[in-house]
Design a protein around this ligand. Structure first.
Ligand code: WQD
Length: 326
């Protein structure tokens, strides 16, 4: 198939591009390199530098004829979305509307969208399945939910079939070491831990150790980015075969605490990784774990590389090689 990957130079986008290339598909990446990087581009894929706010360029490219579009271009810092909602309205909402409109005018009938567990908000029960009420607690999550609803309308009105993939906490790097771009100024747990291990920041701040969890620290469902990437290919196959849209969780179904991640990182890197307990971060739930039953059932998908040591080992390899760690 001929696939257009918008945001394909980013952290998750590059892994998705790799997965489609490995499957023998033809890939075009459209990216403005604002958070993505040239290091994440592959020689076998065509690269078009462009912005999702440039509706004309997007529409022109979309008219070239693609079988499917995968959209991963978004701002994704939940905290920042609460202080700068304008950025999230413009990039996530306006940008996505441009992409969806381009898909329709270009006759691209299938779209895979990076949604998020942030659409659920504070969990009312665990594990969180797709029937869980959606009540985002940050503006970022609201933009993702709003886009799912817009896609629902385009499905009805324009026959655009979509897969909205509700990612839990993406982590890890390509186990074969083919992706080398590191995220700039990361805020998520594992890249922060890796930056401490690589000597790029002095210590980890652990946001609270008084949660009602196994060791008092926050528990999340970390899903390996290569597992996520496989989910995109499977979801696209499914919407193509069934001519129906799909909203589905992608999570490992395993809860890993901050301390467990830290301990694994200390063991695997051999670095002390200083950590200081500080107060809770506003808006953090104690525990968030997915049910991925629907993905198992419909897509035959389950996480393979999402155990704590695989997450840490693959991420450390990327940092060791590319960030001057040793
Ligand atoms: C994980 C755990 C922190 C950093 C965010 C977004 C969410 C989704 C994934 C995209 C928590 C703790 C973290 C640190 C720490 N994004 N932590 N010190 O908040 O679960 O989810 O990314 O869809 O929308 O909100 O991920 O990696 O920031 O935090 O103690 O320096 O690590 O408190 O328990 P989060 P995270």
């Amino acid at each position: 198939m001929k696939i257009l990957i918008v945001g394909g130079a980013g952290y998750i986008g590059s892994h998705v591009a790799r997965e489609f290339l490995d499957g023998g598909h033809s890939v075009t990446v459209y990216d403005n390199l604002s958070t993505g990087t040239r290091q994440n581009l592959f020689a076998e894929a065509r690269f078009v530098e462009g912005d999702i706010l440039d509706a004309q360029s997007l529409a022109k490219l979309a008219r070239e004829g693609f079988d499917a579009l995968v959209h991963l271009a978004a701002a994704k810092a939940a905290g920042e979305s609460m202080t700068d909602p304008m950025k999230y309205s413009t990039q996530n909402l306006n940008g996505t509307v441009n992409i969806i409109n381009a898909a329709v005018v270009g006759g691209i009938g299938k779209l895979v969208f990076s949604s998020s567990a942030a659409v659920y908000g504070e969990p009312k029960y665990l594990p969180v399945d797709e029937k869980h009420p959606t009540n985002p607690e940050n503006y970022y999550g609201f933009t993702k939910l709003e886009i799912e609803r817009i896609l629902g309308w385009y499905d009805k009105l324009k026959g655009l079939r979509f897969a909205a993939l509700r990612y839990f906490n993406a982590a890890g790097y390509d186990p074969a070491g083919r992706i080398s771009g590191l995220e700039r100024s990361p805020a998520n747990l594992l890249p922060v831990v890796m930056e401490v291990a690589a000597g790029m920041r002095p210590e980890l701040m652990v946001f609270g150790e008084d949660y009602e969890t196994k060791d008092g620290t926050g528990v999340r469902d970390y899903v390996h980015v290569s597992d996520l990437a496989r989910g995109h290919v499977a979801a696209l196959d499914w919407i193509g075969c069934n001519n129906r849209s799909l909203v589905v969780n992608l999570g490992s179904e395993e809860g890993i605490s901050v301390k467990e991640m830290l301990e694994s990182a200390r063991r695997i890197t051999g670095k002390p990784i200083p950590a200081k307990i500080v107060g809770r971060r506003a808006g953090d739930p104690a525990k968030l774990v997915a049910s991925s039953s629907l993905a198992h059932e419909l897509l035959g998908w389950s996480a393979r590389h999402s155990d704590v040591d695989s997450l840490v080992r693959t991420t450390w390899e990327a940092y060791r090689v590319n960030a001057g760690g040793s």
